[in-house]
Write a protein that binds this ligand. Structure first.
Ligand code: CP3
Length: 343
């Protein structure tokens, strides 16, 4: 495979493709028995710091499915751990922070990320580029709002109340926090690109909790700063969040080449909401994979048809693969996307 001719990278650049490229957010991980085997005795954050584990787990779904891209195995909190924050990932819960950050003293603990802090990323990406033989590798990082939410709340949150209290009530502190997190995210993405990642995705998963006005005032300047600084590299930039129907225009305004759409907005509508010159990624409901195959197939065809309204379409789920998903369904889905779009 020749990398720059890959359908995934071509679709990101809005160039014609022989068939719609497909990959799945969270394609690596708990839905795969081989993942559960290699992770049995290794804590999540330890696995994320070991190049051998990273390469193996990233490659597992690529061996199973004919996906058009691999996603680097890591987690959005890895760069925060790398600068010395006391945090962990609890199975079935998510990231938990020992001492949540809620004031100037806490924010001051967020130092810059140096490439040397994440030498294992450089090593693992290098190993993956070799193993992937021309199949693109998607690098990623957490978006600043989503990272801030974990740090401020101390763990997963439904309402993001402490986060919003700081955002609404202490705009200067919020700005300082967002600048520091954006710098860490940018550096983490640059390390992955320098080591050979072909594209990068910013997962600002929880920004859907914000109104458009608040997003524009308090988050957009920071994500724009990140995307502007990534523009000099030859790696397409994907911007994704959940529940972002009202924010899709702003997510593309931030400077992304591709906007990831969850299952709540049909792609033909999404195409009208993003800036001209933006490709779309998505957006089959991950829960639809539990319905009978006929239903999955029909919904997949519908996503593909609506995706034709976009300037470029990368097939994906509307959010990550759910842990109890049958891997055989994903294998079949990958084939179906390819077959249907080849016609
Ligand atoms: O295949 C892939 O997509 C690559 C791996 C990946 C992980 N996390 C591995 C992981 C990616 C891209 C992420 C990003 C991530 N992490 C996001 C953004 C994407 C999204 O889902 O919106 C967020 C919000 C997190 C935070 C996080 N980490 C959560 C909510 C959880 C789940 C907790 C649980 O166990 O239910 C994690 C842990 C995590 N990250 C696991 C994996 C494989 C599970 C850990 C385990 O297997 O023990």
């Amino acid at each position: 495979m020749i990398l720059h001719e890959s359908p995934f990278l071509r679709a990101c650049r809005r160039l014609p493709v022989p068939r719609t490229p497909v990959w799945f957010m969270r394609q690596a991980g708990r839905s795969l028995p081989e993942y559960r085997r290699v992770r049995a005795d290794v804590p999540m954050l330890e696995a994320c710091a070991r190049p051998d584990m990273i390469v193996e787990i990233t490659m597992q779904p690529v061996r199973r499915y004919d996906v058009d891209a691999a996603i680097y195995f890591s987690d959005i909190v890895v760069p925060l751990k790398a600068i010395g924050l006391d945090l962990d990932i609890k199975s079935g819960v998510g990231p938990v922070v020992a001492d949540p950050i809620r004031d100037a003293g806490g924010i001051a603990r967020l130092r810059e990320l140096e490439p040397g802090d994440v030498g294992y990323v450089t090593e693992a990406v290098g190993g993956l580029v070799e193993e992937l033989k021309g199949r693109p590798l998607v690098g990623f990082a957490g978006g600043p709002f989503t990272l801030a939410s974990y740090l401020i709340e101390g763990g997963p949150s439904k309402n993001h109340e402490h986060t919003k209290a700081l955002m609404y009530g202490e705009p200067k502190l919020w700005d300082d926090l967002m600048r520091r997190l954006s710098a860490i995210t940018l550096e983490f993405l640059k390390v992955q690109i320098a080591a050979g990642a072909s594209a990068v995705q910013l997962f600002d998963s929880w920004v859907g909790a914000l109104s458009a006005e608040d997003y524009r005032a308090s988050v957009l300047p920071h994500t724009s700063w990140i995307f502007e600084r990534l523009a000099e590299f030859d790696a397409p930039r994907i911007h994704f969040g959940v529940g972002t129907g009202e924010l899709l225009g702003l997510l593309s305004e931030a400077g992304a080449d591709v906007v990831g759409v969850d299952w709540r907005v049909p792609l033909d509508s999404a195409a009208q909401r993003v800036q001209p010159g933006t490709a779309l990624q998505g957006n089959l409901d991950p829960a639809a994979l539990f319905a009978p195959w006929d239903v999955v197939a029909e919904r997949t065809r519908d996503v593909l048809n609506r995706g034709r309204a976009a300037e470029g379409h990368i097939f994906n789920l509307g959010h990550g693969v759910l842990p109890t998903t049958d891997p055989d369904t994903l294998a079949r889905l990958t084939e179906l996307v390819h077959e249907e779009s080849e016609r």
